[in-house]
Design a protein around this ligand. Sequence first.
Ligand code: HEC
Ligand code: HEC
Length: 411
Amino acid sequence: MGRDQGPFNLANPWSRIGWWSTAALVGVSFALGFVVLARFQVDGPTLDVWSAICRAIGITADLGPAGEPQPPLRTPTRIAWTSDTLAQVASGNEHSGAMVALNCGACHGEGGVSPSAFIPTLAGMDAAVIYKQLDDFRSGKRLWGVMGAMATALSMQDSADLAAYFAGRADGLPPVAGEGLPRSGRSLRQSDPTIRLIFAGDPGRGVPPCAACHGPGAHKLGAPALQGQHAAYIERQLAAFAQGMRQNDINKQMRTIATQLTTDEMHALAAYYGAQDADVAPRNIAISNPWTRATPKGATVGGAYLTITNKGIEADRLIGGSSSVGKFELHQMSAPNGVTTMRPLRGGLEINPGQTVMLEPGLFHFMLLGLKRSLVEGDHVHATLEFAKAGDIDVDFAVEAIGALTPGAAD
Ligand code: HEC
Ligand code: HEC
């Protein structure tokens, strides 16, 4: 049965035209969508017809980006401060450590007291810190060529043994958790910006006080002692954290802080914490500005001046000193009855923790007596100072012009 009207009456030419047009439209769309457009890719080769069709309808053997190797997840360290880790650290055997430590002395110094400015002193460092840093070097989380190689050769037990050995050495870094500044010193009103950063931080920049983690006065697990560490090393590590070259700090603790510091601040912080004299073993006593004056021909006495800071947590006492150019005596000037007298200071000069004492023309100073030669401007006078606790410290006094009242007056 037929119909003489409607789309299915193929006798009607309009119907046929309609059907053909629809079919042509579908055909062209298919060709455009699945073949022509699908063949041309923005960043790839032109596909053959078959793959173009497959791709267009979503079938593909190529997994694309999903199949590419992903960079490994970046974690700062393999160490977490779990009770297992701490038990492993505590299991370290000092005596076994001493044997392995023979491999370290060439760089870190005998007993871990490093003679070199860019190599950290390990003696007295917290065992957990040594253990973690060794593992970070081993796993490549902290990069420094030779240390990486050294650490790879160690087992975890070796690390624990070494940590126990170095942590137990004296004469290196003082204990971190000692006394800090008195409360009054920990104020944001503190005038010295470096001391302010260390003991009060800078809330404006989100910088917490360094002392809260590094001491003096407090200690956070995993934070290395800085007091007595080489200043140059401290400064380099701060720069490394700031520039992202060192990334092994858990939770970016140090990177976040270091990026907030200016290079001048890094330098000042390192100078405050660090051992002053790079080729003297780190100590609590810091000496700065040692100077003396040129002497006129024939003169046999001279004065020697310097500034001493006690960065430790115990009082120390400057007892005396010696020099090859003459007798070296600690003197005190006083004027009890209006008459200025100068006499040797008996019993030495006490320097309290945190105290800075200036030995200047006037009050306290060293006298050079019985000079064997006259002192010439621009020269240096070598002397050894003797402290009750810090022991002997070598100092080079710069010879300034005759009559100079302050160091550097000659230039
Ligand atoms: C060739 C010299 C060299 C030798 C040998 C060497 N070290 Fe080091 N070590 C370094 C230097 C340099 C650094 C500081 C790297 C840096 O600047 O990041 C360092 C850093 C370290 C630190 C990190 C300390 C910190 O304050 O973060 C530890 C721990 C350490 N070494 C332990 C050892 C032990 C243990 C040995 C012996 C098994 C050893 N090192 C052998 C040169 C050496
Ligand atoms: C929240 C605690 C915290 C504060 C605050 C902090 N540090 Fe640290 N710092 C650490 C920890 C933890 C490490 C050890 C990172 C690691 O595991 O390698 C470290 C490492 C360092 C090191 C590298 C020492 C070494 O022996 O390798 C230096 C230098 C340093 N800090 C300086 C500072 C200074 C300066 C400040 C103050 C401006 C400061 N830190 C504030 C926690 C802190």
